[in-house]
Ligand binder design. Structure first.
Ligand code: COA
Length: 464
């Protein structure tokens, strides 16, 4: 019965969209309807058997949806002059940054991540309930736990998805993409949502001009899907050198590191509040590290994927500093335009910068089927990661899928209602099911511990 229902739902999803680009548009062999090649994604189609049905056929992981969201509020270099002793010329010349986005109170990491994710689902034209896995790469989660990914999962109504946050600083998005691609290629899952989302403005020390001018807020998301069409994520390398832990970081309340202790000793109480959960960085060392690792990593993933440097179409790098990108281009002996850059508009949005850059590169027509892309991230940890992607997805704007769009909206409304009802129910249930006062629970626990019989009590103690 349940199986039958599931098959009907699958059939409806695969055939019943009823919109302009319906099943008839597909040639049913994994070729893209529009350009004759590429993953068969788009208007809710899944004519290629899912990996679950076809484990012995090779499965590839393709990016089939993308979306970004940034706060409305813009903070220009000129605005910065009112906050710290700096000026537009210095910031522009040393970093290439002209402005950045700063989140309002209501724009949390989850909020930005959710909006980027919804846009990515629209492009991929799948439902939240199709997603098997959600990974949020972030250094500014809403909580240590629950994960931001779980909050996004709930608010999307992605009720079949597993969810976790990934901490690899500015390399986090590439790490997350690699994890999701591995699950897809292994045939374990069909659709993953990988998000990079940050509210860096909340962890900046706004009196440190060496760091507060660099960072901004935002989120970018991609949908990664299984397909039998070759390409997609073709190689990757993930690296770390934890000996550089003190070069860039955000100490938390649980930190016992010497950086924090040193700072606490030399600062008064008021200042401690600034240091805790505040970003610190050794800019020069981080600059050196970045320029050292970028080119080797790019060459590594190209070699692993059997792609010549001359066949590379575009690098989508982490957006930290225009000078870092220029140095990398010089090192590789490629034109600087090969490194996509929007650092001038958003500054360094940490884990969000690569997916945001990808979205804008697509919008500007710089990505097309057949392109060889490389994503390269680097940052705190120290960590760095690169990935080669053979892009095969049609990027032309498709006409909106009305029915699928409506079903997505209904899922979001349902998710919101469900959350409210469950919350109220838990409150009510707590009231009728006995005391939930934490003090009384702790007292009960203490009594229980006091009355315990310790079986491993030493013999001599027992004799007494
Ligand atoms: N405005 C004006 N002057 C500033 C300034 C600012 N915002 N920040 C620093 N300065 C001053 C310094 O106080 C110093 O003055 P001094 O010579 O009188 O002591 C001078 O500028 C040079 O400082 P320095 O730190 O050596 O500058 P730099 O050329 O290394 O540039 C960074 C600083 C942060 C822009 C650069 O090191 C950098 O981009 N590093 C990489 C950071 C990064 O990308 N991090 C994230 C990686 S994920």
């Amino acid at each position: 019965m349940a199986n039958d229902l599931w098959q009907r739902l699958q059939f409806w999803r695969d055939n019943g969209d009823g919109s302009e680009q319906s099943h008839a548009a597909s040639n049913g062999n994994g070729k893209h309807p529009a350009n004759g090649h590429g993953p068969n994604r788009g208007p809710g189609l899944s004519s290629v058997p899912t990996p679950f049905q076809n484990r012995n056929q090779k499965t590839y992981a393709h990016i089939v949806g993308w979306g970004m969201d940034v706060p409305e509020r813009i903070l220009t270099n000129k605005d910065m002059e009112a906050i710290v002793e700096t000026n537009d010329e210095w910031i522009t010349a040393r970093t290439g940054i002209r402005e950045r986005r700063i989140a309002d109170e209501h724009e949390s990491t989850t909020y930005l991540a959710l909006r980027a994710a919804q846009k990515a689902l629209t492009v991929a034209n799948i439902l939240p309930t199709d997603i098997d896995l959600i990974i949020v790469a972030t250094s500014t989660p809403e909580h240590t736990f629950p994960s931001t990914a779980s909050l996004v999962q709930d608010q999307l109504g992605a009720i079949r998805a597993g969810a976790y946050d990934l901490s690899a600083a500015c390399s986090g998005f590439v790490y997350g993409l690699d994890m999701a691609a591995a699950k897809i290629r292994a045939g374990d899952i069909e659709h993953a949502l990988v998000i990079g989302a940050e509210t860096m403005s909340r962890v900046l020390n706004w009196s440190d001009r060496g760091t507060c001018i660099l960072f901004g807020d935002g989120a970018g998301a991609v949908v990664l899907s299984a397909d039998q069409y070759p390409g997609g994520v073709v190689s990757s390398t993930l690296r770390s050198d934890g000996s550089g832990w003190d070069l860039l970081g955000v100490p938390t309340i649980g930190s016992r590191d010497s950086y924090l202790q040193e700072k606490m000793e030399e600062a008064d109480d008021d200042e401690n509040n600034h240091r805790m959960h505040r970003l610190h960085m050794n800019g020069r060392e981080v600059f050196r590290f970045a320029t050292r690792v970028i080119n080797d990593s790019i060459k590594d993933v190209l070699r692993m994927a059997n792609i010549e440097l001359s066949d590379l179409s575009l690098v989508i790098p982490h957006q930290a500093n225009q000078r870092i990108l220029e140095a990398a281009a010089r090192g590789l002996k490629v034109p600087v335009e090969m490194f996509y850059s929007n650092v001038a508009k958003y500054g360094n949005t940490s884990a969000a910068s690569i997916p945001i850059a990808l979205c804008e590169a697509i919008d500007e027509g710089r990505v097309k089927p057949g392109d060889n892309l490389v994503f390269i991230g680097f940052g705190g940890g120290l960590t760095w990661a690169a990935m080669a992607v053979q892009w095969e997805t049609d990027v032309t704007k498709q006409s909106p899928q009305r029915i699928m769009g409506l079903r997505r909206q209904l899922t979001y409304i349902y998710a919101q209602q469900r959350r409210g009802v469950l919350h109220q129910w838990r409150k009510l249930y707590g009231k009728v099911s006995g005391p939930t006062d934490p003090e009384s629970t702790i007292k009960q626990l203490r009594n229980k511990i006091a009355n315990l019989n310790w079986e491993d009590e030493p013999e001599e103690e027992k004799e007494k």
